[in-house]
Every structure is written in C-alpha cells, then in structure tokens.
Design a protein around this ligand. Structure first.
Ligand code: MN
Length: 244
C-alpha cells in the first residue's frame, strides 16, 4: 500500500439510477458547438473542437447551484452526457455503442461566458471559463442496458419556468459514436470518462435565485436553484454579487 504525505483526493463518482453502486468519474471531455444555432447555417465539415473540465467539477444536478466567482455572465448549456465503460484508442465509430458506452445522463456545461469571450479575443485557453468548481452538474447515470442508445428525444432547459433551450437528439450535427471515435483518435479513452456532447441554441445567463430546470429525453431531468456567491469576485469583473 502506498502511503501518502497528505490525504489523497476522494474519488469523484455519479449515482446510477436504480442502483446502489456508483459510477467512478475519470475525466470530463466537452464537445464544442454540435447543434445548428441557426437553421440556415450550412452543415459543418470539420469535427467540432473539444475541451476538458476536471472530474471534480462534476456534481449531482440537484439542490443549490453556487454562482461562481469572477463572472457577471454565468451561462447555462444543457447537454446529453455519455459515460464510457470501456476505453480504447482509434475506436471504430460502428463499435462505440455496443462496446464502449456504459450509460447516459443529462448534464450542464456551465460557462463563465465573459471569461470565455475574453479568452477567445486574447487567444488564451478556456479553463477559466469552463473548468471552475461545480461547473458540470449531472443527473444520475442511466445504464445503456436500461435506456438503450437514444437517437431522438427532447433536450430542453427552462429558467424560472420559461423555456430557453430546446432541440432534439436527432439534431446533433455529429452523432455520439462519431464524437467518441474522434476523441479516441486523440487520446486513449478510459473507463470512467464522461463526454458532454454539445448544447442547442438558446444559451443564456443565470442570476442568483433563478430556478434552472430541464431534461434530456427520458434519461435525466433536473431542477436546481442558483445560490448567490458568498465569495467576493476575484477577477475585477463582477462586483455586484460580492457579499450578496
Ligand atoms: Mn457546451
């Protein structure tokens, strides 16, 4: 047994619907834009970009959602989440569902949009915009052996009961098998990896006190309340929420 000089981090896990055993979360991959945001736009030919969040950003999509520090544009992105049960490199898209996907969830790719826009302008990395604490809430995972591999079903999100985002899984520009195959050509996927598959149009800002609810097909449904941050903003951008 290895001894550690400080207590090792507690493993991150997600609950599994209808089971007592949990799913251990390894890495979190997020796919960039993967739905048409304008119905007139041409279908893309290049694969979408991807980025990462730390496993520790994954939290259950329930209860209170803390408003993060350092932003005044905290945005929602509802997404289908794929859980990898068997890893691999250079995976054939035709084998992704059968061999590699363990299950699915509904998730939120929460974004500090102002920091993302600054990063885009400056050509800087996106971590400050994407990889913050509590930035990846997820519903309990549903095993593929229970829900199958969904090809259609509504992806929606509402704020205070007013719908902001709605699309159908059939409208994903790059289907899930293609996304997993693409990632596996770039990194060796491992059991426990999660893939956030991109968000429909209608992304927008959340305010403290907002109730954010939504669902992905029959896979997961969530409702959370945004809680004001008790931390003063650190990046000199948002001051109105300090001490709120
Ligand atoms: Mn996203």
């Amino acid at each position: 047994m290895t001894e550690f000089v400080i207590p090792p981090p507690v493993p991150v896990s997600l609950p599994v619907a209808g089971r007592t055993a949990a799913f251990p979360v390894g890495r979190v991959f997020c796919i960039g834009r993967n739905y048409k945001w304008d119905r007139h736009e041409a279908a893309p030919t290049d694969m979408p970009p991807w980025f990462m969040k730390p496993a520790r950003a994954v939290v259950p999509a329930q209860g209170e959602l803390p408003y993060p520090p350092g932003t005044s544009d905290f945005c929602h992105e509802v997404e289908l989440v794929v859980a990898i049960g068997r890893g691999g490199s250079n995976i054939d898209a035709a084998q992704v569902q059968e061999r590699h996907i363990w299950g699915y969830a509904a998730g939120l790719d929460l974004t500090r949009r102002d920091l993302q826009q600054q990063a885009k302008r400056a050509g800087n990395p996106w971590e400050a915009a994407k990889a913050f604490d509590h930035s990846a809430p997820c519903t309990p995972l549903v095993p593929a052996e229970v829900c199958g591999h969904p090809k259609s079903g509504a992806v929606w999100l509402a704020v205070n009961g007013v719908e902001r985002q709605r699309a159908d899984l059939s409208e994903l520009l790059w289907p899930v098998p293609e996304l997993v195959a693409m990632l596996s050509r770039s990194v060796a996927l491992q059991p426990g990896d999660l893939v956030f598959t991109g968000t429909p149009s209608g992304v927008g800002a959340l305010q403290p006190g907002d109730v954010v609810s939504g669902a992905v097909a029959d896979i997961g449904r969530f409702s959370m309340t945004v809680r004001a941050s008790r931390e003063p903003a650190r990046h000199g951008i948002a001051t109105s929420l300090a001490g709120a």
